[in-house]
Design a protein around this ligand. Structure first.
Ligand code: 6LW
Length: 499
């Protein structure tokens, strides 16, 4: 790859709820996988040619036989951190489904776009499993703790007893997210520690063999934004990749808190990119800033693909549903060019509501859809989990807003709308200092109806802090989408626009 001079790029490189990134390179192509929790399909897969511009090309777990998320799966349960690697001409992905009946599993494929194999169960492995092969072809599986076993990745058979490898930095909590690399004369064991909130950090150790013994880096943690004054917080859970020009890069998770102290983040933990250099055989991580300078050619930006007309039989891989999306509850062929949703559970308070959404990826954005609710009730919703969501529902000749905030569920009086399909709209406006209020909330959500001429009738304005991870807890971020709570509801198109 020839360097054509530096250019700037913005972090995060994959915005919205895309945490626990794992990256690998095959030739000039980079591939990345993230956690997906209670959402189906699971483990989004991205492709890039420059580590900056990423396009989602699928999901590794896109069949119910690969990913069982029963209604008892709690919010932020389900699929935790994956590791994505390429070995012997195949892609290998290992992850852990923490839902009841789940566990660690490997899926493999010759083609990154799938179809991926049925799950290969790996018993006795915790969260954040990693895979690496040594020169003798042994496959080492290292996981949170930090513990390690050798396995047969083709069968999932465990070949050795678990061994404790490293507990991380003395006094730091939760050693997790291990990744092992053979770089030069050493094996490097990189971990996250401190917990995935404001104390999150990345540390590293090295040793002569994949099973150690490991000596910690004297400069640990090699990355942390501990404190409260950096615009990017909770940095941790990283993976390393070497570019074709032998430069090194780190992908990692972080959050962008909005509003005042402690700062509320609403987009979940996102994927960021940082440069890495090597000194005395140890990696040094460059600054992780909102605007970065890179000294390698950047490919064409991947445009925000905001309009879905549902003209294709299949849904774009960005669309996710809580726990399951059986064919019986959705169709794009019932009424060609429309997405038809058939209600199952009653509302977004229920674990298996019929909801099809995409991750919110911008602090300010506008979402619109044209809804035909002549045969049911449904509409637009901004979801964090079953106990934290805002709904804009149409049906029975009216539009009504419901806010669910923990134990409080409040539905406002319906506003009458004319017969026929209704344009529902939600404007999300990130609060900015000097914005006329003390900027104690990350954003304001304005929910309403849009007339044919574009006039936006705002029905209500709601505070966004209550749909933040700091309020709701857990590991996810907002997902905005379409739902059916009764009968059948049809959507002609869905627009997502950064504002
Ligand atoms: C993941 C752990 C973490 O398994 O959060 O931020 C957990 N790090 O490594 C869920 O994302």
């Amino acid at each position: 790859m020839t360097v054509v001079g530096s250019h700037s790029f913005t972090n995060p490189v994959i915005a919205g709820m895309h945490p626990d990134p794992s990256v690998c390179r095959v030739g000039d192509d980079y591939y990345l996988a993230c956690s997906s929790f209670e959402y189906f399909p699971g483990v989004p897969i991205f492709h890039s040619r420059d580590l900056v511009n990423w396009e989602q090309i699928g999901n590794a777990l896109d069949r119910p036989g690969q990913l069982a998320l029963p209604p008892s799966t709690r919010s932020s349960g389900g699929v935790y951190a994956p590791t994505l690697r390429h070995h012997d001409g195949r892609f290998w992905l290992i992850t852990t489904n923490v839902a009841p009946g789940g566990g660690a599993m490997i899926v493999t494929s010759v083609d990154i776009a799938g179809p991926w194999s049925d799950p290969i169960r790996v018993p006795g492995v915790g969260i954040d499993p990693d895979l690496v092969w040594d020169d003798q072809g042994n496959c080492w599986c290292t996981y949170a703790g930090i513990s390690q076993i050798r396995i047969d990745p083709v069968t999932g058979r465990v070949l050795t007893r678990p061994r404790k490898l490293w507990s991380g930095t003395p006094g730091a909590q939760a050693p997790e997210a291990p990744h092992l690399y053979r770089i030069g004369e050493y094996w490097y064991l990189m971990i996250a520690e401190g917990g995935t909130e404001r104390a999150h950090a990345v540390s590293i150790a090295r040793g002569p063999a994949p099973d150690g013994p490991f000596e910690p880096c004297p400069a640990n943690p090699i990355l942390s934004h501990r404190g409260r004054d950096h615009p990017i917080q909770n940095t941790g859970h990283a993976d390393l990749v070497r570019a074709p020009d032998d430069s090194w890069w780190m992908v990692l998770l972080g959050v962008r808190p909005g509003g005042g102290t402690p700062g509320w983040h609403v987009l979940g933990r996102e994927t960021f990119l940082a440069p890495v250099t090597w000194h005395d055989g140890w990696p040094v991580v460059g600054a992780v800033e909102p605007v970065m300078t890179a000294s390698w050619p950047s490919g064409p930006p991947v445009p925000v693909d905001g309009r879905d007309d549902f003209d294709e039989p299949a849904l774009h891989p960005r669309w996710v549903s809580p726990r399951s999306r059986p064919d019986s509850c959705w169709s794009t062929t019932d009424r060609p060019g429309w997405l038809t949703l058939h209600a199952r559970d009653r509302s977004l308070d229920d674990p298996s509501v019929t909801f099809v959404g995409r991750r919110q990826q911008h602090p300010s954005c506008r979402v619109r859809t044209l809804v035909d609710s002549s045969s049911g009730r449904g509409g637009l919703a901004v979801r964090l989990d079953e106990s934290h969501h805002y709904e804009l529902q149409t049906g029975d000749g009216g539009v009504r807003v419901t806010a669910r905030l923990g134990s409080v569920r409040h539905t406002m009086p319906a506003w009458p709308v004319p017969d026929g399909p209704v344009r529902l709209r939600i404007d999300v406006r990130a609060a900015a200092p000097g914005d006329g209020h003390p900027c104690q909330e990350p954003d304001v959500l304005r929910l309403g109806v849009e007339a044919e001429d574009g006039h936006f009738e705002v029905l209500t304005e709601l505070d966004g802090r209550y749909l933040s991870t700091e309020v709701a807890g857990g590991f996810t971020g907002r997902v905005i989408g379409m739902f059916a709570s009764e009968g059948t509801v049809r959507f002609d198109w869905f627009d997502y626009e950064p504002a």
